[in-house]
Design a binder for this molecule. Structure first.
Ligand SMILES: [Zn+2]
Length: 170
């Protein structure tokens, strides 16, 4: 019961991700319909159930836009584990504050980037301009769509069928 189900709003917009149990309840109560199933069914005590991977609500839900949480992992995912100063790619990365915190830089999406240990050490507590280091691109807050993409990537095969409902984020 631990696989994840993509929940779409009535207008097919990705809304959130829930577990299979929650998805079953929504479908059973007539609040959602199943759009995609996973190949292997759920085997219950007395019955075999199809395993949903995407459901769509039968009604429109108005809710504030999903905000992607700012954490190390999310920063690395946004930057593809690529150093935003030299382009080096690795799983062993650090988070750099573009404007250092000692100089009033905030811990916000537009002031944090992925940096390799070497660049982070070289930059120290300086701004990119002072350190003569250029950013590959300006950091931005990821869109909610990025969040769904990253979840999908982390789930691998368990997110089969999600792709067609998730346009590629820019
Ligand atoms: Zn680097």
């Amino acid at each position: 019961m631990n696989s994840r189900v993509l929940v779409l709003n009535q207008n097919y917009e990705p809304l959130n991700i829930c577990n299979v149990r929650r998805a079953f309840v929504l479908v059973f109560r007539g609040k959602a319909e199943v759009l995609e199933l996973l190949a292997e069914p759920l085997v219950g005590v007395s019955q075999v159930y199809p395993r949903p991977s995407v459901i769509k609500l039968m009604y429109m839900v108005k809710r504030p836009r999903l905000m992607v949480r700012l954490s190390r992992r999310e920063v690395f995912l946004r930057d593809n584990y690529t150093c935003q100063y030299c382009g080096y790619e690795s799983r062993d990365m650090t988070v750099d504050h573009v404007v250092p915190r000692q100089r009033g830089g905030r811990h916000t999406w537009d002031n944090v980037v992925t940096a390799c240990r070497r660049c982070n050490h070289r930059k120290g507590a300086r701004t990119p301009a002072d350190a003569h280091m250029n950013l590959i691109r300006q950091p931005r807050r990821p869109s909610p769509l990025h969040y769904f993409w990253w979840q999908q990537q982390g789930l691998n095969g368990a997110a089969n069928g999600w792709r067609k409902f998730l346009p590629e984020p820019k």
